[in-house]
Design a protein around this ligand. Structure first.
Ligand SMILES: [Zn+2]
Length: 406
């Protein structure tokens, strides 16, 4: 029963690096990671894929077609520390399952199909989406170079891992949502229209340090109290006026803070994510103006552009879902994925399936097997439709060739 096979394979891979009560830990380049990759390599071989491992550890399995240009399908094999069994693994195992089903029905793929298992997407070892960044020839930060040397990688490994964009017609990624939108709205498939842009600022609020016992409340200039007002103000602004945006302060500290000192300074990291960079700056400008004269300084530390998925693939995914009568929702991904880098070299499409209670990066991560199979079927159909694109022209040309030979 192939339909159950994909769930069994997910569990088998999930057991590699699993510790009871702790979840699955398969950090890129670790012993368990290599063991997991070997398992996937064997699955790829078993369905007739030609294996290759690139110079940074991305694993590829290729199924030749009559057309050299490739349809790439995949995700990543590494996990966060104490993670679940679905994040990343699902996309790789489902892609292999699609190939298995093509073989079973004797389907002859026109385009070459490449199943990719990216390495180090989670960024706990070298840096986030490291494997696909190398694949797509993107920038590696100086700090990452230092870490990378520890794993026997060097500048040459990075250069050699880069692929040619001319070789691809698209990249498809099937992933769990890692949020609670689909589960909450009872939808089976998320059709990803794009991946959010991110900006981060280091905010510093000045006050006046003073004795906590002798300074009455009305005479205080307390930096933490001011910071709390600013944080509450910007989060309210995002909540009320920017439906598709999220704002987080996950890091806050008081330099030289002590229980008996009125805080003289408070710093925090402000992160905003949303569909477009332009609108992300609006709440920032709002607090910048409002609190400028009250001791707020903002220093930008990150700007990451949003990534758009290919419009044609989004439309195609929608028609596949409608044809199959599967409930779906077009949405943005709030989390980063390998598709962000692949989108820089080839048109990309992504589909999501629900994460129960929106939980991910956690041993509790769970997706209903029914949803998993539905997602795999949608993925398979998208691959078939893309593979068939331009087929009419091919058939006409074939006919012409036959006519000419008469
Ligand atoms: Zn992932």
């Amino acid at each position: 029963m192939d339909e159950i096979k994909i769930i069994e394979e997910l569990k088998t891979l999930g057991h590699i690096g699993f510790q009871s009560g702790m979840g699955t830990t398969r950090l890129a380049y670790s012993k368990d990671y290599i063991k997991g990759r070997k398992y996937i390599e064997q699955l790829m071989k078993d369905v007739g894929l030609k294996i290759s491992l690139d110079s940074v550890g991305n694993l590829s399995g290729v199924l030749d077609g009559t057309i050299k240009k490739r349809i790439a399908v995949g995700s990543h094999l590494d996990t966060v520390p104490n993670g679940g069994i679905y994040d990343g693994a699902l996309g790789v195992i489902a892609a292999i399952e699609c190939v298995r089903e093509f073989q079973k029905i004797g389907y002859k793929n026109r385009h070459t199909i490449e199943v990719i298992a990216f390495t180090e997407e989670e960024g706990n070892v070298i840096g986030g989406t490291f494997g696909s960044r190398c694949f797509a020839g993107q920038k590696i930060e100086p700090m990452e170079y230092k870490k990378m040397y520890q794993y026997g990688l060097n500048d040459n490994s990075i250069l050699k891992a880069q692929r040619r964009k001319e070789d691809y017609i698209c990249y498809l990624e099937y992933h769990i949502e890692q949020g609670g939108v689909l589960d909450n709205e009872n939808k089976t498939i998320g059709i990803v229209e794009g991946i959010v842009g991110i900006i981060r600022f280091r905010a510093t609020v000045q006050g006046t340090a003073n004795h906590a016992g002798t300074t009455p409340m009305k005479l205080r200039d307390d930096a933490v109290v001011k910071a709390c007002k600013i944080i509450s103000d910007i989060t309210d602004c995002v909540r009320c006026f920017h439906e598709d945006m999220v704002c987080t302060v996950g890091n806050i500290w008081v330099p030289n803070g002590a229980a008996n000192v009125v805080p003289g300074e408070c710093s925090f990291i402000l992160e905003l994510r949303g569909k477009s960079l332009g609108s992300l700056y609006q709440p920032i400008e709002y607090i910048r103006k409002k609190y400028k004269s009250r001791g707020l300084m903002l220093e930008q530390i990150l700007e990451q552009h949003e990534t758009e998925m290919d419009k044609e693939i989004v439309d195609l995914s929608e028609s596949v879902c409608m044809g199959k009568r599967v409930s779906y929702k077009k949405m943005f991904s709030g989390a980063g994925h390998d598709a962000m880098n692949m989108a820089l070299i080839t048109p990309c499409g992504m589909i999501f399936v629900p994460s129960a209670n929106g939980m991910s990066h956690n041993p509790q991560e769970y997706t209903d097997p029914k949803d998993i199979l539905e997602g795999k079927n949608v993925l398979k159909e998208i691959i078939l439709k893309i593979d068939a694109k331009g087929k009419k022209n091919d058939d006409i040309n074939k006919k012409r060739n036959i006519d000419n030979s008469l």
